[in-house]
Unconditional design. Sequence first.
Length: 190
Amino acid sequence: MFTKFTLVAVILSYPGSAIAACDSDENCSRCLISAFGSCQLTYEAVRPIVDAYRSSLAHQATGRWQSLPSEFSDQIRGKFPSIDLDHVRYATNIFTVHGQAITIGYQIYFPHEIDLREPDGKRLMYHELQHVVQYEDRGGVEPFLVEYIAKAIGKIVQKRSFNVHDDIDLEAEANKKADSVHSGGSASNL
């Protein structure tokens, strides 16, 4: 079973001062952690963990998938022009390990119910829809996950803390888009 600290245990096995994790776009597609002049952790090394996690999410979502309500999609379609809202699926009451929503491609997993008629529910969905845009912009699931994991590792090393979610630029971008859409702007230039 996937555990929260499986990947982190690998990271912490290196002396903290010798690790230079990828926190930018350079080399993120090949190497997640470089140390001692060479790559110490590649995406291929963590792929089994990521695949097991994705499989767990998909298994839990079986029979729970929902499409975005048409009235919701119609109201925001112009605010997310680069994605097909008709392909977005979401599932609720999913154990996501970290207790937060997670988006993988066009599939969104929420750890609780979400009411798209309520402001908080709408804002959270806008945030997750921006992640769908990010997946598309980066060429799909794997390129996005490589970048996200590399940036998360970089922040963990930099801050020496596991509480880095809100420090990752991809999350900041999704928050900015959600705030803009929620307040009536389009932020289509994000």
